[in-house]
Structures are given as structure tokens and as C-alpha cells.
Design a protein around this ligand. Structure first.
Ligand SMILES: *Cc1c(COP(=O)(O)O)cnc(C)c1O
Length: 355
């Protein structure tokens, strides 16, 4: 670590912790006492600091506001029954963050800042990690371009930040999904595999249209034929057909490589299911439904963990499910939760301990 990468720490005078109602936490609305901030300038990272959470002032010419060089991550930290703190697979998020950075022509963030900074920050705000079931400390690392210049080119300056939000459950009710055939989230050669802010802004209009029709999310299809399913919202999707779990493969670069997706694949295999990562067409899904072979559909993501799908609508075909009776998704959810809160042994070495 170079001298400039030392992390300076300024603590708050008065913690806001006692003001928080941990019995009724919303998702992503409450923030802890501290945040991490670092600046990239003249080709190097500097001013790495942990300081009181708060606003900063920006110039109207701030590059990110105009051309959208902005990327983020979502990670969760948990507490076990003895009060020990753990982060779920953060190294995977660190690697993915730098893949997003590269796609958006942004500088990579070194491990000493992302990983060590995150651990130091969480260690300082450890008392903010909720212990209630289905609650967690949501960790949001992000990076923005900070040049004061209106010109379409990569910024010379960037800011990397980590903020922490003690959060309740994200979304609990089983979802109604609409298969999207008009709008596209990502095309081959695009930035779909990056957790880049613009991808989410562009998804809001089609999603709002679907909501008007009574659906919660759209299930994206491929950009060319609108035939192969991709993912939905901020979740990857799994279909259990017969004894096989199928999830769309990542080879086209149009789907976000979820850390939860990867974990669920491991758990499904250990439960003895066949897991296939491959193109999955809506025709195959409809055919399986009609044969009575489409047993379960669920989404996977850090925010919501496992979300059941109770309805899937494709054109005028309405597919309905009874998630209450599902065995596999429920088992996966339980195993994932047990590992996260250390109720069962961390056999995969997924949890990073925070002292
Ligand atoms: C974040 C995200 C996911 C889920 O990734 P996890 O690492 O499991 O949280 C899936 N799809 C999209 C589009 C996402 O942004």
C-alpha cells in the first residue's frame, strides 16, 4: 500500500444509532454514521477517508450528470446470534465492480480501497447491522465521474464511495412478471453485464408500463428475436422444469452475472438437481407449463435474495403458479439464509468475517 492509500478516519461526534427503529426498517432509506470516500486524480487514487455520512456539493457541470459514467454494487452484511459480523461474498462484487469500471472507461478501484476500506467502514459501524430475520446491512459501493467539463469524453477525475444502509426486506410478495417483447434492456455488445447506472434508468419506462397493467416487473427477452428470456429488474431468473433448473447463460454479455445466481447454482447442484446454463426460449417455457412440467420460477439477487414468481404473462398466455407449495426455492432460500446468519456451517467459505 502506498502512503496515499492510507485510510484516514474521522468519527462522528454523536451517533444517530439510537434514533433508528430497528423493528421497522425500510429498504435503503436509513444510512449509518460513516461513509468511505476516495478521489481519483492525475492517474492515481488518493484522499481515502472514512468520515461522517453526509452530503457533498457538486458543480452543475459535473461530468456524471451529463454522460453517465456511474457504476455501483450491492452487497449485504449480516450478524449471527452471537453478534459476529460477516459480509456475503464481497470479493465477487469487488471483481465485478472493476469489470463494470472497464466497460464504462473508468479507473479500476484497488483492492486496498474497495475491500479493506469496506471492512474498516463496517467494523466502525458494526452496531448498525440489524439482527432481525430477513434484515441486513446493505452495502452500496459506487463510482462517479467528477470532471467539471461539458464535453463527451471520459472524465479525468472520479470519486469512489461506500455508503451503508441497515435495511428490512426488499420485496416479499410473489411477483407477477410480464414477458417484454417491445423494449430491450441489453443487446449483444452493449453494457448489460455492467452494473452501470444508465441500464437502470432505461428500464424504468418499460417497467412503469408493465406496472400499469398490474405486473411487478418485466422479464426481459433478447434484443434480436425477443424469444430468449434474460433476467428481470435486479434479479437473475431460474426455471425448474421437471428435475432440471435452467437459468439463461451469460455468454452474450447481456445479463448481469449475479453473485446470488452463482451461489444458487452451487446450492441446487448440491441438492442433486441438474443445473443448465443455456439459452431458454419463451416457447420452451410455455410448452413446459402446458405439459405440467414447469414447477417453479424464481428470481435471485442480493436485495431480495429469492423472489417467487406467481404469474408469468406472455402475449395472451397467462401462466399461474402456487409458490406456497414449492419445495426447491424454499429450500434454497433457507440454506442461503442459514449460511448468511451462521446457523449452518459456511462450507463454501462464502462469508468474510468483520472484527
Ligand atoms: C445486481 C443485479 C442482479 C443480481 O446480482 P447479485 O450479485 O445477485 O445481487 C441481477 N440482475 C441485474 C440487472 C442486477 O443489477
Amino acid at each position: 500500500m502506498t502512503a496515499t492509500m492510507e485510510i484516514s478516519i474521522t468519527k462522528v461526534q454523536n451517533s444517530r444509532l439510537s434514533e433508528v427503529d430497528f423493528d421497522n426498517l425500510p429498504f435503503g432509506k436509513v444510512f449509518t454514521d460513516h461513509m468511505l470516500e476516495a478521489d481519483y486524480e492525475n492517474g492515481e487514487w488518493k484522499n481515502v477517508q472514512i468520515k461522517p455520512y453526509g452530503s457533498f456539493s457538486i458543480t452543475p457541470a459535473l461530468a456524471v450528470l451529463h454522460y453517465g459514467q456511474a457504476i455501483f454494487e450491492g452487497i449485504k452484511a449480516y450478524k449471527d446470534a452471537d453478534g459476529n459480523a460477516y459480509i456475503f461474498r464481497p470479493y465477487d462484487n469487488f471483481k465485478r465492480f472493476n469489470i463494470s469500471a472497464q466497460r464504462m472507461q473508468m479507473p479500476e478501484v484497488p483492492e486496498e480501497i474497495f475491500m479493506d476500506g469496506m471492512v474498516k467502514l463496517i467494523s466502525l459501524d458494526k452496531d448498525w447491522i440489524p439482527s432481525k430475520e430477513d434484515n441486513a446491512l446493505y452495502i452500496r459501493p459506487f463510482m462517479i465521474s467528477t470532471d467539471e467539463l461539458i464535453g463527451v469524453r471520459p472524465s479525468d477525475k472520479y470519486k469512489f464511495l461506500i455508503i451503508l444502509s441497515p435495511s428490512g426486506p426488499y420485496y416479499n410478495a410473489p411477483m407477477r412478471l410480464l414477458v417484454e417483447e417491445e423494449y430491450v434492456r441489453a443487446a449483444e455488445g452493449g453494457a448489460g453485464y455492467a452494473k452501470a447506472a444508465g441500464n437502470y434508468g432505461a428500464a424504468m419506462f418499460p417497467t412503469a408500463q408493465a406496472k400499469k397493467g398490474g405486473y411487478d416487473q418485466v422479464l426481459w427477452t433478447d434484443a434480436t428475436a425477443h424469444k430468449y428470456v434474460q433476467e428481470c429488474g435486479t434479479m437473475n431468473v431460474f426455471f425448474i422444469i421437471g428435475n432440471t433448473a435452467i437459468t439463461p447463460d451469460l455468454s452474450q454479455g447481456t445479463i448481469l452475472a449475479g453473485v446470488t445466481r452463482k451461489s444458487v447454482i452451487t446450492l441446487l447442484q448440491d441438492m442433486g438437481l441438474n443445473v443448465e446454463e443455456r439459452p431458454l426460449s419463451i416457447d420452451e417455457i410455455v410448452a413446459a407449463y402446458r405439459d405440467g412440467q414447469l414447477n417453479e420460477i424464481f428470481g435471485t439477487g442480493t436485495a431480495a435474495t429469492i423472489s417467487y414468481v406467481q404469474e408469468l404473462r406472455y402475449n395472451d398466455i397467462e401462466m399461474k403458479f402456487a409458490p406456497d407449495s414449492w419445495k426447491t426455492a424454499a429450500k434454497i432460500k433457507e440454506r442461503l439464509t442459514d449460511i448468511r446468519v451462521a446457523r449452518s456451517e459456511d462450507v463454501y467459505n462464502w462469508m468474510l468475517s468483520v472484527k
